[in-house]
Every structure is written in structure tokens, then in C-alpha cells.
Design a binder for this molecule. Structure first.
Ligand SMILES: [Zn+2]
Ligand SMILES: [Zn+2]
Length: 235
């Protein structure tokens, strides 16, 4: 298990938080903004009205690899800043906070889906080397411990891809084509039926789609996902 820095900093104001284990200041807890209900029943992003069961993307009904997904925070404001801090500054203690939130808010979702193991979305080896860690792996470790589920690094990123942010939807798909593969050595004979993919952010869900298809290609029957933040609905 990862050794967490102590004392830890608060993911909202970045200042030291005491006592040990508190994770954030009581006043800062008030500033947390969770993903607004209601959410799309499939991808978990906020939808406008209670009547809209699905967001426009999911209503199309195309196979996106994963069956369902959920996220905890919107991808803006304080939590976007905290995630950025993890990735750019290596403030890994925030990951513990994120992982615990993921479990507490989505316990039912995780267990209802008969999840057998947690699979982190991988980074390309060169990116992992330069960053020194993969935030999705750290999240998976915390979540696995909370949920009592094993973490399996079943995926590898086999292609360097451009930053998805600057790309349109079709370009994203093209960018991610054959970007992920199952690590067959890790998989071995033990092919799980139901897998929970974990990542820090989902925007259009296309990274998760590419990962889910790679897993299904190797015989995984069901893939669901959980991310810390979800991007807003966009075109
Ligand atoms: Zn604070
Ligand atoms: Zn949706």
C-alpha cells in the first residue's frame, strides 16, 4: 500500500489539515460540489430533467464498450484543481480522499454490478516514467482497499496518443484506436466476468470505451466504470 505523506494537505485549500486522517477542513467540506442529480442512468453525467433517463449520447444507443459508469464530482472548480495538483505537482495524498469518496458515494453501484476486480486505466509507459506514477493506479489501490476488491493491471497503453482535450469527437476515437490492449501475461487463465474500470476523469467516455473494448475482446463480459470527475455534456 502507498505510504501517504503526513501531515496531509486539504484537497480544497491545499493547506495542512489536522488531526491525522481528517483529510479536509470542516469549512472546506462545505465547498465540495458533487455531481448534480439527476444523472444519466448509463454514463452517470448530469442530465437536465428527471424525465430524461439518458443523456443525448447514451440515448443514441450505440455500444460504447462499457455498460454503465458513475462519477463523483463535476470536472470544474475545486476538484478539477485538486486533480490537476495531483498530476502536475504529485500531491498524492489527495488520491486517498478521492478514493474514499468514490467508495462512499458509489458503494451500491460497485457491489450491485458483481465486480470481480478493479482495473486502472493505464498510462503510456513513457508518460508514467515522466510523471513517476499513474493516478488511476493509486485511485484503484485506495478503492480496492475500501471495497475489498483486488486490483488487476490488465490493460496497457500501447500507443502514445495526443491530448484528448483539444480534439473533436471523431478525432478522439481515431486517436484512441488500438491505443489500449490487454496484458495477456497479467490476464493469464483467470478471465474476470465483470470488471470495474477506474480513472481520474471521463469527458466523452472515449478512453473508457477503448479500454472496455480491449477487455471484452479478451473475454471479459461486463465492464463498468468509476471516475473521480465527469466532464460536462458537450457536443
Ligand atoms: Zn481546507
Ligand atoms: Zn449518458
Amino acid at each position: 500500500m502507498t505510504e501517504w505523506l503526513y501531515p496531509e494537505r486539504c484537497p480544497v485549500c491545499f493547506k495542512i489539515v489536522l488531526p491525522k486522517g481528517a483529510m479536509l477542513h470542516p469549512g472546506c467540506r462545505q465547498k465540495l460540489e458533487f455531481l448534480k442529480e439527476p444523472v444519466c442512468r448509463k454514463c452517470g453525467r448530469s442530465v437536465e430533467t428527471e424525465e430524461a433517463e439518458y443523456c443525448p449520447d447514451c440515448a443514441e444507443g450505440t455500444d460504447r464498450g462499457w455498460k454503465e459508469g458513475r462519477s463523483i464530482f463535476p470536472y470544474h472548480g475545486v476538484m478539477e484543481r485538486a486533480l490537476w495538483q495531483v498530476k502536475r505537482e504529485g500531491t498524492k495524498e489527495f488520491v486517498r480522499f478521492f478514493g474514499i469518496q468514490m467508495y462512499q458515494k458509489q458503494k451500491d453501484f460497485i457491489h450491485r454490478r458483481k465486480t470481480e476486480c478493479i482495473v486502472p486505466v493505464p498510462l503510456h509507459p513513457s508518460k508514467q516514467r515522466s510523471r513517476g506514477f499513474n493516478q488511476a493506479e493509486l485511485l484503484a489501490a485506495v478503492l480496492g482497499q475500501e471495497a475489498g476488491l483486488p486490483v488487476r493491471r490488465l490493460l496497457k497503453k500501447t500507443k502514445k496518443t495526443r491530448d484528448q482535450k483539444s480534439l473533436g469527437r471523431m478525432e478522439r476515437r481515431k486517436n484512441l484506436r488500438n491505443a489500449f490492449a490487454v496484458d495477456l501475461e497479467e490476464l493469464g487463465e483467470n478471465i474476470p466476468k465483470s470488471v470495474l474500470l477506474v480513472d481520474d476523469v471521463s469527458t466523452t467516455g472515449s478512453t473508457l470505451t477503448a479500454c472496455a473494448f480491449a477487455l471484452r475482446k479478451q473475454g471479459v463480459k461486463q465492464v463498468v466504470f468509476l471516475t473521480v470527475c465527469a466532464g460536462e455534456l458537450s457536443g
